[in-house]
Ligand binder design. Structure first.
Ligand SMILES: Cc1cc2nc3c(=O)[nH]c(=O)nc-3n(C[C@H](O)[C@H](O)[C@H](O)COP(=O)(O)O)c2cc1C
Length: 198
């Protein structure tokens, strides 16, 4: 079982800490293999809508670090997108990764079909747009036949929502409630993968 975690923060902070924590938890499961990718220090341009990928059926005209990510995305059974909340949305860096998936989708419209996806988002404010950011990730999942999961009601309604108080990793380590949303989401993700994807 291959799990790919992509962190959309431009720095080593709360989101990467949380994503690594999630991947470490999943690694404990036999047959689970995880991979962590961060956009930090990567050069990933936004999609330019040149339509080269339509004509070439899957090749992107832009030569940058996204090429390293395409293969991992294809191989993954489970995908985790982690992002800081930037003005009520995911980071521009993660949005660039998402938009550049257009090239993969032009190779095969069902390239993501029945993969499973969850979200981890962290804001500086308690209610700073975490659910809006998850909604954006879930929309990508739905558009591409990825099954979006959360940890369920009474805690992790749409996924893992955390509050850093703008104190990075130290901030989220103190967010007991937010960490519960992460654990609930990871548990359901793990259960689902074991039951339906083995
Ligand atoms: C450009 C920018 C916009 C931000 N907008 C929001 C926001 O809308 N809501 C919020 O709660 N926090 C916002 N923040 C704060 C970050 O989400 C917060 O500090 C987060 O923990 C950073 O995660 P990281 O340490 O993984 O980068 C913003 C930060 C930046 C740099």
């Amino acid at each position: 079982m291959k799990i790919l975690g992509i962190c959309g923060s431009p720095r080593d902070g709360a989101s990467s800490f949380l994503l690594k924590r999630a991947l470490n938890e999943l690694e404990k499961e036999e047959n689970f293999e995880t991979k962590f990718i961060s956009v930090k220090d990567k050069n990933i341009s936004p999609c330019t809508h040149c339509n080269f990928c339509l004509e070439s059926k899957g090749e992107c005209s832009i030569e940058d670090d996204m090429n390293e990510i395409y293969d991992s995305l294809k191989q993954a059974d489970g995908i985790i997108f982690a992002s800081p909340v930037h003005f009520g949305s995911i980071s521009a860096q993660l949005k660039a990764v998402i938009d550049r998936c257009q090239a993969l989708i032009m190779e095969d419209l069902d390239i993501f079909k029945n993969k499973v996806g969850i979200s981890i988002v962290v804001g500086g404010d308690r209610c700073g747009g975490q659910e809006l950011a998850i909604q954006q990730i879930n929309t990508f999942y739905l558009l591409n036949k990825i099954i979006p999961l959360s940890g369920g009601s009474f805690g992790a309604n749409l996924g893992a929502c955390l509050w850093s108080q703008d104190e990075g990793t130290d901030g989220v380590k103190n967010d007991e409630y937010g960490l519960k949303t992460l654990d609930m989401t990871i548990n359901h993700f793990k259960e689902f993968l074991l039951e339906f994807k083995q």
